[in-house]
Design a protein around this ligand. Structure first.
Ligand SMILES: N[C@@H](CCC(=O)N[C@@H](CS)C(=O)NCC(=O)O)C(=O)O
Length: 198
């Protein structure tokens, strides 16, 4: 039995959605960062945390990679060129989208007030929009980032696009990336993962 710790309003949604796609059994503990329940599993206080056979895995990408490898789904096999290319895309999404959103969040409400730079968000928004525009070329011939199969970087990118909407980052609605996002979020597993109010 798997246990996922973290609310769907956090990066835990990536894992929640993947668990729904896999159709496996899991327990979901909704707990905010740094709460006693989270600290019990991750001394850094961050979510998501994931418990498998009494062992804890932290970091959404590490958890998704573990699940993909164990279940042989949503990933190219480890040790193949396809996997290296998929991993490169995963890391690009972290650099080009997750890191910008996280920096914006840190300067909005995470860092102590005296460490925040309130003007940085505009620069991050500009860079995010430029990166999204560039990524659009990926979808000319492909349904998903790596071709015709949903893989780990798709979970990541679609989550980041939802996060961007909440953080009021603009991405042109009528764009290749947003067409892709609308297609993917229509999947029943994504709808199930986000239907919780937790
Ligand atoms: N790279 C990590 C980032 C984890 C992370 O920073 N999670 C946020 C919530 S989405 C958190 O717990 N923040 C509290 C903190 O940074 O102290 C992942 O993908 O899981």
């Amino acid at each position: 039995m798997y246990t996922l710790i973290g609310s769907y309003k956090s990066r835990a949604l990536r894992v929640l959605w993947m668990l729904e796609e896999l159709g496996v059994e899991y327990e979901h503990i909704v707990a905010p960062p740094h709460s006693p329940e989270v600290l019990k599993h991750n001394p850094a206080g961050k979510v998501p945390a994931f418990v498998v056979d009494g062992e804890v895995i932290t970091d959404s990408v590490a958890i998704m990679t573990y699940l993909g490898d164990v279940h042989g789904q949503f990933t190219a096999p480890a040790g193949t060129i396809e996997r290296a290319q998929q991993d490169a895309m995963t890391l690009t999404i972290i650099d080009d989208f997750d890191a910008l959103l996280w920096t914006a969040a840190k300067h909005s409400f995470v860092l102590p007030e005296e460490q925040r730079n309130p003007t940085i968000k505009e620069n991050l928004k500009w860079e995010f929009a430029r990166n999204a525009e560039r990524l659009g070329a990926r979808f000319t011939d492909n349904e998903f980032l790596m071709g015709d199969q949903l893989t780990i970087p798709d979970f990541l990118l679609v989550h980041c696009m939802g996060w961007a909407r909440v953080a009021r980052f603009d991405v042109v609605r009528d764009s290749a990336v947003m067409d892709y996002v609308r297609r993917v979020i229509a999947r029943p597993a994504y709808q199930r993962a986000t239907s919780t109010t937790a």
